[in-house]
Design a binder for this molecule. Sequence first.
Ligand SMILES: [Zn+2]
Ligand SMILES: [Zn+2]
Length: 343
Amino acid sequence: MTDQPNYFNPNFIYLVKHNIYRKSEPFAPDNVVALNNTESDFESQLPNILEKHYIAIIIYLESHSLCLNYLRNFLQLSQTYLFVIVFNSQATEDPVFRWNASELGAHMITNCFSAACSALSICMYRKHGTYPCPYCEMNKFDEVELREHVSLFHESYPQSLCCTCPICKKMTRNFFSHIFHEHGDGVLEERTGFFSICIVQRQSDKAFLMVQERGSSGFWVPGGGLNAGESYMKGAFRETLEEAGVFIDIKGILQFESASHGMWKRVVFYGEPKDENQIPKTLPDFESNGACWVKWDQLKNIKLRNMSEPMKFFRFVLDGGHVNPLEIPPGETRFYNQDPPLI
Ligand SMILES: [Zn+2]
Ligand SMILES: [Zn+2]
């Protein structure tokens, strides 16, 4: 992604107006109010914030603790229609800060100006549609806009919202999943019972790539179910790109796994980033909130969706555990006769 010119300066807070004509144009700074980093400046704008004159806020402070303070104070106003971006130069390098900011209501934590602009462009919908959002009080979306809005604004909400879909009027027990799969460009996925996960390590500092999963469920390793006809390795590559935004080289296999009842099978791969300087994903969507590099001693300070995989495989790799070659080991082929090809 080519970065656009950065209109923002550190140590300011920006309030973004909802300009309905901006939707198809690149984000421009003329609908932004810049506030000095003073509480009185912020408080003077509170009536306008509460009157919904703004669609987004960008907290661009270098100090982590100041960012968190603003979120803490800001959350007392808790307005679900305002999209909250924390723009911080070290945001992708500090999983603990990322997690704390999310817990305090930040929708997006980024240090990438073009990702922030992409989010703001989704915020600027046209208000020409007829659908309300079932999660919040915003309305007048068309089908594509509602899908984009839900993936951006409500990625971190608990996903089990039971409601009538405003588009197709079907009753759904998980609206987030419903609109993802059945509207816009969504495709209902077939459950194959085959899974790939990938333990991705950055060689320069031995940190591991972790995905901040949707629904505030915590961090986990990249991976997921294979699509029909997809190989284990392609699935691992695709899921790492979708969930973490990082291109990887898959180097080997850490483990083959199978449920005792045979209902699912999973391959645990080991990989490394193609380019250590590639910034992990920070734009929330249906796949994840974003991703970052996590060191072993930071694991205890973030919420993990499930402790077993990170603890087991990160420790194994850090201790120099053996990585199997990508070919199926002799004696294991019997096990995979009916399965998708490995590579
Ligand atoms: Zn909403
Ligand atoms: Zn529907």
